[in-house]
Design a protein around this ligand. Structure first.
Ligand code: MN
Length: 239
């Protein structure tokens, strides 16, 4: 799953996510959360109390099923305290796993959107460890909320002004990752364009799975050791 964008103001989506994790998590071999689990994360100290129901749910399921998380662009400040409280293991982005015998690269996906030069520049600055640490340590919680609100408004405006293909992954960047990491498939989110893409690279068939967002439904890539991968859509009514 990725791009749940959980937010206290959207209790229906929070409930859909919690119900799904509680119902299916215990039977799974592992859960992977590929970024933007939260709509906004203002550092562990500030945001942990805002999402106590989600954290509690993850911690309960994590007792029996390993849960792995990759940071997204909305929650890139997820830290050690979050990991400890939720029982999840934070992974670097991208990260290679063995998915039932298939070498797989998992990622949030924003790194592949190389056509969006402004965004990549911002990402580099925001992810600088020193800048991140200073911002989290020095800015008071109330101010952090204001800044996050302004940044979301600015990002919405920028997105509306950008051509939509700029915000999708760059084809060459995808091919580079397949070669560089020598994987059979890539699974990511971020673009909110759920789909299975097929490639042939140096004569070998490869797949790229894109997860959907959780704005008006849920989106899950369920991978079964025998039947393979399937992209599922969860209706809000089921939550
Ligand atoms: Mn994202």
């Amino acid at each position: 799953m990725s791009d749940m964008h959980l937010d206290p103001s959207r209790p229906d989506i929070n409930a859909l996510f919690i119900n799904y994790v509680q119902q299916h998590g215990p039977q799974a071999d592992a859960l992977y959360l590929l970024g933007d689990l939260f709509e906004v994360w203002l550092g562990d100290q500030t945001s942990l109390p805002d999402y106590s129901d989600v954290i509690k749910c993850l911690a309960t399921v994590a007792k029996t099923t390993p849960i792995f998380a990759i940071r997204g662009n909305r929650d890139f400040t997820l830290g050690k305290r979050f990991a400890k409280a939720s029982g999840t293991q934070l992974l670097s982005d991208p990260y290679t796993i063995d998915l039932y015998g298939r070498k797989t690269l998992i990622s949030h996906g924003d790194l592949l959107c190389t056509d969006d030069v402004d965004y990549q520049r911002y990402r580099k600055i925001a992810n600088n460890p020193l800048i991140k640490w200073l911002a989290l340590t020095l800015i008071p919680a109330g101010k952090k909320r204001d800044i996050a609100k302004n940044m979301r408004a600015a990002s919405k405006k920028a997105q509306a002004e950008k051509q939509s293909d700029i915000m999708d992954v760059n084809h060459d960047a995808v091919i580079d990752w397949f070669r560089e990491h020598d994987v059979q498939q890539i699974i990511h989110g971020h673009t909110h364009r759920p789909k299975q893409h097929h490639y042939e690279i140096d004569g070998v068939a490869k797949q790229r799975w894109v997860l959907g967002d959780w704005y008006s439904q849920g989106s899950v890539l369920r991978v079964d050791s025998e039947t393979g991968a399937e992209l599922l859509e969860l209706n809000l009514a089921e939550g």
